[in-house]
Design a protein around this ligand. Structure first.
Ligand code: PLP
Length: 463
């Protein structure tokens, strides 16, 4: 069943014609049969099978924190199928049945928010928010309050505008020049804290540092602050205690819109709450989301706003430019919201927010036990089933391990049949955090298997 295609033909077609994301292709163009591209053929629950029929336990939810409810969910497939037969698509200024019902459901999980703008990817969702900030600046502030602050190490997407707000320099290298008006503020990573501070004192200093930037730029020029609730690809970085209330205060003080990028954390990944920001009592103006919205069963992303933002676009002036003049062709696909509605129903019915908290707590304890055993693990951190283990050559200096070593750990886990991740390649010092984001259905046995594979891989690579 797994290999029901002529897999040799598939591999050859892939090797000849597919340009894979985020990888140097050179090794695949040679004649070494071992250098085949990896093709994932099938998935069930927490597991996937590759073109060779090899089974893998997926500890990264489809590679990039996406398949939150696991593979093989027939009820999502059926909901999408039924919807596609009824109406696959209609766009422009119209609505759809699943679009309306999903929006209502989503907003019921987001007190304080009120409007859902549909689009296709996390990058686009973020760009919609950026465009809204720019237009608000024109509508309300004579075009002056246009700057968007973003944080070192945060990532908001692959398009030119979102890369202009990108805190990971290696992603941006060779793609500039970027859009003006995006201003970087310092990160808030306690493990590598600036100013030699910890805890609340560090949180205060990190937010003061943002305030310094606001003052230097001129508060009347700063329209929005865009942050990940837990930085994902930049190193799986939760903020220190006391950070978020201060961020909220800062935004209120300077009339700055708060944009929370929930592309990774959104829809259950961090456990207990539907969204990462909800752990910290934050009241955002924009919340963007993508990956977990339909667990990858359909492409759907949303830029959600509160009514304050929406009201700024609902005006009765005679200005013909007064509304949000934006469209997303595939924002009119009905498969996305149909899948997303089922996805939320599954999370509710199976108690997956609770499972995420329980399994996340168990997993972080297991990873901390590994830390006691392997000196190379300098730090273990994260929230819910969104965890990272940072590898350092020396615990005192926190000198990162060579990226090839971190990748060797990932490769050894893969050989053992467990897929784990590592933070972005080629940022010196930033490529050394092993990433774990199993589906929210993970069991203790799954977690034991993931941690045990990591244990063996660390022993093999570092002794
Ligand atoms: N924001 C964050 C925090 C992300 O991690 C990503 C992708 O990994 C994006 C935005 C961009 O999403 P997409 O790849 O769907 O454009």
């Amino acid at each position: 069943k797994v290999l029901n295609n002529d897999i040799t033909q598939v591999v050859e077609a892939d090797r000849a014609h597919v340009w894979h994301h985020l990888i140097q292709h050179a090794p695949w163009t040679g004649t070494d049969p071992k250098a085949d591209p990896r093709i994932i053929v099938e998935g069930r629950g927490m597991r996937v099978w590759d073109q060779k029929g090899k089974e893998h336990l997926d500890a990264v939810s489809g590679g990039v924190w996406t398949v939150n409810v696991g593979y093989g969910r027939e009820r999502i497939a059926n909901a999408v199928r039924d919807q596609l037969i009824q109406l696959p698509y209609f766009a422009g200024s119209t609505g759809s049945i699943p679009g309306a019902l999903f929006s209502e459901k989503l907003i019921s999980k987001m007190p304080g928010m009120s409007r859902v703008y549909f689009t296709n990817s996390g990058s686009e969702a973020n760009e919609k928010a950026f465009k809204m900030v720019r237009q608000i600046s024109h509508k309300r502030y004579g075009g002056k309050k246009y700057k968007i602050l973003y944080r070192d190490r945060d990532y908001h997407g692959s398009t030119l505008a979102t890369m202009s707000a990108g805190g990971q320099d290696e992603r941006g290298a060779q793609y500039g020049p970027f859009a003006p008006g995006f201003i970087r503020v310092p990160h808030c990573m306690e493990y590598r804290a600036q100013w030699n501070l910890t805890g609340e004192a560090y949180a205060e200093a990190a937010v003061n540092a943002i305030e310094e930037v606001i003052k230097a730029e001129g508060p009347d020029t700063v329209g929005a602050l865009c942050l990940e609730p837990v930085t994902a690809g930049g190193g799986v970085i939760p903020a220190p205690e006391g950070y978020w209330p201060r961020v909220q205060e800062l935004c209120r003080k300077y009339d700055i819109l708060l944009h929370i990028d929930e592309v990774v954390c959104g829809v259950g990944r961090t456990g207990t709450e539907w969204f990462g920001y909800q752990h910290y009592g934050v009241e955002p103006d924009f919340v963007t989301m993508a990956k977990g919205v339909a667990s990858g069963y359909a492409a759907i992303a949303c830029c959600v706003t509160n009514e304050k933002v929406f009201e700024m676009f609902r005006d009765d002036t005679t200005d013909p430019l007064n509304y949000f003049r934006d469209i997303s062709t595939f924002g009119g696909c009905t498969a996305g919201p149909a899948a997303a509605l089922e996805n939320i129903a599954i999370i509710e019915e199976e108690g997956l927010l609770e499972n995420t908290t329980k399994m996340g707590d168990y997993m972080i304890d297991q990873l901390r036990a590994l830390q006691d055993k392997h000196a190379v693990i300098g730090d273990v951190r994260g929230k819910g089933l969104f965890l990272g283990a940072e590898l350092v050559a020396d615990r005192t200096s926190k000198e990162p391990v060579d990226e090839k070593m971190a990748q060797a750990v990932v490769a050894d886990c893969m050989a053992q049949g467990v897929i784990i991740g590592v933070t972005n390649r080629s940022i010196p010092g930033f490529n050394n955090t092993l990433c774990y984001s199993p589906a929210l259905i993970a069991t203790k046995d799954d977690i034991d298997e993931i941690v045990s594979a990591t244990d063996k891989a660390l022993t093999k690579v570092f002794g």
